[in-house]
Design a protein around this ligand. Sequence first.
Ligand SMILES: Cc1cc2nc3c(=O)[nH]c(=O)nc-3n(C[C@H](O)[C@H](O)[C@H](O)COP(=O)(O)OP(=O)(O)OC[C@H]3O[C@@H](n4cnc5c(N)ncnc54)[C@H](O)[C@@H]3O)c2cc1C
Length: 440
Amino acid sequence: MESIFAATCEMPHFEPLREDTTADVLVIGGGITGILTAALLKRAGADVLLVEAERLCSGQTGNTTAKITVEHGFIYADLLKRYGKEKAKGFWEANMAALEKYRFLAGKIDCDFKTCDFYAYAEKDHKALGEEVAALSRIGVPSRFVKTPELPFPTVGAICVHGQAQFHPLRFLAALARDLRIHENTPIRALFEGGAQTTDGQTIRASNIVVATHFPFLRFRGGYPLKMYQSRSYVLALEGARLPEHMYADGCGKGVSLRSCGEYLLLGGAGHRTGVEGGGFDRLTELAGMYYPDSRVAYRFAAQDCMTLDGMPYIGRYTKRTQSLFVATGFGKWGMTSAMVSAMLLRDLILERPNPYAELFAPARPLAPGPFVCNVGSVLMHYVRPTAPRCPHLGCALRWNEQERSWDCPCHGSRFSETGELLDDPATKDLQSAKVRKKQ
Ligand SMILES: Cc1cc2nc3c(=O)[nH]c(=O)nc-3n(C[C@H](O)[C@H](O)[C@H](O)COP(=O)(O)OP(=O)(O)OC[C@H]3O[C@@H](n4cnc5c(N)ncnc54)[C@H](O)[C@@H]3O)c2cc1C
């Protein structure tokens, strides 16, 4: 299950923290969000410490597909309806700034950074495609409509955004991490005013703390379990498939995504809410057989991401009342530009510099009641299901995932192996193995 990126990059190693320490800024989590945030803060002169529970990029970042684009599916039509032209344009500008920052940083790093176009296609949904074309033109995003994109299945057209990029995320992050003060195998167990405590009992004192743990690990503060869920997706690296020149993804988020990676084609998709049946490797393998019958699967891997209720990440102060505790989460499977937007915004908030997008991404922004009630309803439904085992995060009923042989939580996305070891956050501990030895 090792991803093509993990298999082709040796990440640098860092010792665990063994004694109490201090820093201006403590960044918790060594995925793309944590590493970029620490790197930009350090370049701005801050004294930063990054701690990672396991190894750097051992979370979702190691299993991404690393398409860097400002077109996060057909998002602008939705943002325009929900928040109006100014905010929809702000979202585009913030992501453009992130793309340009990558271009600048990657210029000095050997990470297969390649400028290419991004196509958001629609398989059947004329209406969604038409609305997105209209929204992009209203906001002033440079893009063009393409009637027949080069794909091995029929579509009703695509939107082409010129000058986006793809890269090897781990080679890029390994280069940035080498210059940082980092401790791996150092999980944070609790936060207190002005610091944090590790699982092994060391204290880290810091004036500012950034929670970059993917799903925020504090269980109740900020209400994240009510306003976010996780969605899982699968990736095959195919050998012998025709390689696309550019990058592609279904604008409606239901079909497959494509990009090249060296001699391989990365085919992603078959996604579903974590803990709910549907999709998976079987479905993606079936699609690979239909679209690329002469190819062979060289790597297969999966990951999941946090989905917010309005499609925009939560980046900023952890709650309205926390002045020096920050968070970046909810990237909706578009974490490359979102992580860079987070790093730039959190750097500015911590260093008390102005940033035009602070309000736009604020985690405490008001959310529409419809999606909120729907998500809470879905959490409650899974909570009251009278089956064991229960998730140690908030007690929801876990579901058995036969394809990946894991216990998955449909409420917030924690996952556990067949014998109960923690695989994915937000839970922070294993299941009691006696209860899960057998599929129930
Ligand atoms: C299949 C798939 C394909 C994708 N493809 C794309 C794409 O093409 N383009 C794009 O823009 N986005 C893509 N994404 C999204 C992107 O991969 C994610 O948004 C991004 O990797 C999330 O990074 P992160 O740093 O927030 O989380 P992670 O990489 O999960 O990092 C969080 C880290 O925090 C650590 N941690 C957790 N708790 C603690 C603790 N208590 N103490 C210390 N450390 C802790 C974890 O061990 C982990 O290493 C994709 C997502 C999926 C699922």
